[in-house]
Structures are given as C-alpha cells and as structure tokens.
Design a protein around this ligand. Structure first.
Ligand SMILES: C[S@@+](CC[C@H](N)C(=O)[O-])C[C@H]1O[C@@H](n2cnc3c(N)ncnc32)[C@H](O)[C@@H]1O
Length: 276
C-alpha cells in the first residue's frame, strides 16, 4: 500500500466512523486492509477500495471496521471513577428523581463504545448493588450498550469471559454474579436482562439524534481514537441525549474541556466528571 493509498482509506474511515489513524498507524491499517483484500479476493488496492465505497450492502465496510477497532476492556475498569458513580452520583440521581415524585424511580444509562460488554455489565452490577435503600420508592434501571463493531456485540451477548476480563471483579461479586464454565466465567442471565445491546455508530447523526433521556452516559476510552472535530461532534450528540443535569463519564486520560464548553466540570472525591 502506498502512502497515498493509505491516506485515501484513512480519510474514508475517518469520515464514516470518526476514528483517525495518524501517519504512524499505516502498518496497522495496511495489515488489516490486506487481510480483507485476501478474504474478498481482491488483488489490487484500487479494486478493493472501489468495491468498498460503492457496495450497497455495507457488508465489507462492517468487516473492515470490525477488524480496525481496538476493543480492549475489562470489568470494573477505572475503579475510582466507578466508586464515585456508585457512592456519589447514584444517590444524587435517585434523590432528585424521588423528589420530583417519580415512583418507581427509573434510571436510564448508556455505555457508548461498550466493546465486549464488560463496561455495561459492570454498571448493571453496580446499579443492582447500590440503588437499594437510598429512596423509599422502588428503583428500576436500564442500560443501553452500543458499539460500531458487530463482532464484539455478539461476544457480549454470550456473557462468557476469560480470566483477564474478570481479574478486577471484587470477590464478593464474583461469587454472586458469575459461574465457572470450564476456563471461562459466565455472567448471570438476570444481570444481563438489564442491558440492551445494539449497533450504533457515534457519527451516525440520525441514530444519535434518536438517543434521549439518559441520566448518565459512559463513553470511556473511545474518543481517544477520534480527532478533535469528531470528538466535538459526538460530545454535542451526547449533550443532547442527556437529561438536564445528566452526567458524562470519559476515560481518565480524556477531557471535555479542550473539546467543548457545553458541559460543567465536576470534581468528585476520586474522579472528574462532566454534567449537562
Ligand atoms: C477500547 S474500547 C473501550 C471499551 C470500554 N468503553 C472501556 O472503557 O473499557 C473502544 C470501543 O469503541 C468502539 N468504537 C470506536 N469507534 C466507534 C464509533 N464511531 N461508534 C461506536 N463505537 C465505536 C470500538 O469498536 C471499541 O469497542
């Protein structure tokens, strides 16, 4: 692949997904494009790129983006931030809704860029454990878990995880919510019933505009692969999708301040989060 060819396909990927590959990522992209060329029987980059752009089914685009995304994740990732969510944010959200007279109190949470499901399932465990006894009304919650990559969503639905994924799950929850299946650990179906998985591209304006009324959005370690323009675009969709006063959680190395000023920065005991 020549540098010009790399630039062509990198710009195409960027326009469609927001993911921006720097020049030093040429080898990473080239390796995956070559694999897709071999799988589809294309000898020339030109031929592959043409068929990618003009296919009506989007099938090859889906295969390519599945191969290109980085899906690293594990349960209870960024524990201090989750502790803040559990101990400081959940009580605030519940008390506000109860004071407004909601009964039952309902929470709607979004894990955007959920990969193989560890993040939304972690949130389900936390919500199950931490929403009891705070307000007198019964509490229900639903978690929307979305990703551009269809392979990871299929894996999430199996509820099966290896040792690496569950290494940070507190022992108490391991016994309560997981069952050993050979070398793997299976998350209880009851926990999974709170989580709805579906495909969503964060740059798909029509789909993003349909997302609404979220009390909190987690988009952690996703926008690090975007550039500032696509980050800003997504940050504004999230802002519109949040309820007034809703909370936005980014990864610990990420910040909203450089991207947009529409959020209020909130310093909690062990984490910085953003609020509409
Ligand atoms: C590194 S994982 C982060 C998983 C989890 N949020 C965490 O922090 O552990 C990044 C995920 O973002 C997804 N992603 C990247 N670009 C996306 C886009 N345009 N729309 C939706 N998901 C995207 C990838 O497929 C990948 O599963």
């Amino acid at each position: 692949m020549t540098f010009d060819e790399f630039v062509k396909i990198r710009d195409y990927i960027y326009r469609k997904s927001g993911i921006f590959f720097e020049d030093n990522k040429q080898y990473y992209v080239e390796k995956r494009v070559r694999d897709r060329m071999a799988a589809t029987g294309h000898q020339s980059f030109q031929g592959y790129f043409l068929s990618l752009r003009f296919e009506s089914s989007n099938k090859e685009w889906q295969e390519l983006i599945n191969a290109l995304t980085v899906n690293e994740t594990y349960f209870f990732r960024e524990y201090p931030q989750l502790k803040c969510f559990a101990e400081e944010v959940i009580p605030k959200m519940l008390e506000k809704k109860a004071a407004q007279g909601q009964n039952p109190v309902k929470l709607k949470i979004w894990s955007a860029g959920c990969s193989t499901g560890e993040e939304p399932y972690t949130l389900a465990i936390i919500l199950k454990e931490m929403t009891e006894g705070i307000v007198s009304a019964p509490v229900t919650f639903e978690i929307h878990a979305t990703d551009i990559n269809t392979d990871v969503l299929d894996r999430a639905k199996t509820r099966l995880y290896g040792q690496r994924s569950v290494k940070d799950v507190p022992n108490e929850y391991m016994g309560k919510y997981f069952r050993r299946r050979g070398q793997m650990y299976e998350l209880s179906a009851q926990m999974a019933s709170h989580v709805k998985f579906y495909q969503l591209n964060l740059l798909d304006s029509a789909a993003m505009e349909r997302m609404d009324n979220f009390d909190a959005i987690f988009c952690r370690n996703v926008l690090i692969y975007f550039d500032d323009n696509s980050r800003r675009e997504v940050a504004l969709y999230f802002h519109a999708a949040l309820v007034e006063g809703g909370y936005m959680f980014l990864g610990h190395s990420e910040s909203m301040s450089r991207v947009t000023s529409v959020y209020k920065m909130v310093r909690l005991k062990n984490a910085i989060i953003y609020q509409k």
